[in-house]
Ligand binder design. Structure first.
Ligand SMILES: [Mn+2]
Length: 319
């Protein structure tokens, strides 16, 4: 594991000197980015700081029973008030556009666990060996002897559960289990979080999954299992793009497959590709994502391409 003691101390110094702090989550927020900014806000508020959490999208609905916080939209913010700005998780999905809008005096920080991030900031804390940004933030809190309240423990646990697929992915290290044990001792309820975020599936989500699974195809030559979701699928199921998240992971559980790809139609003629694999399958999906200008981890990557998914009699086509 990387040693961030210098960066952690610098971040603490920056926070101590700041009054107003911006915390930024990535677009299409997941449990990790949301848990990160929520945990940080609780901590900053507890030491008397003004903390604003912002994102280009609203807070995910699966968190509604776990928090009453909301996200501010960047266009509603006066960036000139912030002494510090911290991007948490996938900082190139939103925060990179905020950085140029911040005044010179604002100290910037990045906390992430995604590889190949090229965005610059004053304090950069990135460890691709960590399961989640929440895991990195936990290490920061511990290194600075920061009190982890029940709420903070819950928020960090949400991020860890989200990015490890409830401890099912290969990134579930022994350190993740140690941290999770400590967060549980501090009051985080794993079962409550799983029930609120994963087990408690809306009918619209299940309908969308049904469509995705129905259309799934396996390529026996390379072990790819793939499916597509059109705008019509999402609309007709009354679902949102948030509901697509786990499809690629579930497809990977099919025996004989080596990796999965879900292509989903997004706004403005963009198709999003989500790639997943498992450690034992020996495939590095980030190499495929790179070929399409995307990126991510060995076992979880994504990309975006321009185009439209068209359903045909024999399956589907991308035009
Ligand atoms: Mn993450």
């Amino acid at each position: 594991m990387k040693d961030f003691s210098t960066e952690f101390n610098t971040l603490s110094y920056v926070i101590a000197k700041s009054k107003n702090i911006l915390l930024f989550a990535h677009s299409g927020p997941d449990g990790d980015t949301a848990g990160s900014v929520l945990a940080f806000k609780d901590y900053l508020t507890s030491i008397g700081k003004q903390a604003t959490i912002a994102c280009v999208d609203p807070i995910p609905s699966f968190l509604e029973t776990l928090t009453n916080q909301t996200f501010s939209l960047p266009q509603d913010l006066d960036f000139s008030i912030f002494d510090a700005a911290i991007g948490c998780d996938s900082v190139e999905r939103g925060f990179q556009n905020v950085l140029p809008q911040l005044p010179e005096k604002t100290v910037t920080a990045i906390i992430d666990h995604h590889p190949d991030i090229t965005t610059k900031a004053d304090v950069v804390i990135i460890d691709a060996k960590r399961s989640s940004t929440c895991e990195v933030i936990y290490e920061y809190f511990v290194s600075q002897e920061i009190h982890i309240s029940k709420n903070i423990a819950t928020y960090l646990m949400i991020g860890i559960l989200s990015d490890t697929g409830n401890f099912q992915h290969a990134n579930t290290s022994s350190r993740v289990m140690e941290i999770s044990s400590d967060l549980m001792k501090k009051g985080a309820s794993v079962s409550k979080i799983i029930e609120a975020t994963f087990a408690n599936k809306k009918l619209s989500t299940l309908k969308l999954w049904g469509r995705a699974f129905e259309k799934a195809k396996i390529n026996p030559l390379n072990g790819l299992i793939t499916t597509v979701l059109t705008e019509a699928d999402i609309e007709e199921c009354n679902a949102s793009t948030e509901d697509i998240g786990q499809v690629a992971s579930i497809l990977n559980t099919v025996p004989g497959t080596k990796f999965s790809l879900v292509l989903s139609q997004r706004d403005k003629g963009i198709i999003k590709g989500s790639l997943r694999s498992e450690e034992y399958k020996g495939v590095d999906v980030s190499q495929i994502a790179h070929q399409f200008g995307g990126g991510g981890h060995k076992l979880a990557s994504g990309f975006e391409v321009k185009g439209k998914i068209i359903e045909t009699e024999s399956g589907w086509e991308i035009v």
